[in-house]
Design a protein. Structure first.
Length: 125
């Protein structure tokens, strides 16, 4: 993401912090209607930052097989003790079972490979 997007995004985030959410939502909806590429990137950045400010973890989930997103979301929220937003679901044939949830500043690995490595580390057979 380029610096201009981040600067403009932070400026708009400050509108939110100043309780000008209505103006920000109006602007975001207008930008979405216009379908302008750089502004779409800005919208994504702002939406992610707003979720981050609210404590919502956003990311992509890589799964061994297709799974209902709502059930998966509930399970991950319980395990991570946080609200989450799954931006994209990707089926990864390299995974045998489970998956990996990857966000901007975290990785939550709930794959079979990770489970087996934990067993080996803890000295169990």
């Amino acid at each position: 993401m380029n610096k201009e997007i981040i600067i403009l995004g932070e400026l708009l985030i400050n509108l939110t912090k100043e309780k000008k959410v209505g103006m920000l939502n109006l602007l975001l909806n207008k930008i979405k209607e216009e379908k302008i590429n750089i502004l779409e990137e800005l919208i994504d950045y702002i939406e992610d930052r707003i979720k981050e400010i609210k404590g919502i973890k956003t990311g992509k989930v890589y799964l061994a097989f297709d799974y209902d997103l709502e059930i998966l979301k509930q399970l991950l929220e319980k395990r991570l003790n946080s609200k989450i937003d799954i931006k994209e679901k990707i089926i990864d044939d390299k995974l045998i079972l489970g998956g990996i949830f990857i966000g901007k500043d975290f990785i939550f690995d709930f794959s079979l490979k990770k489970f087996i490595s934990k067993i080996k580390i803890n000295g169990r057979p």
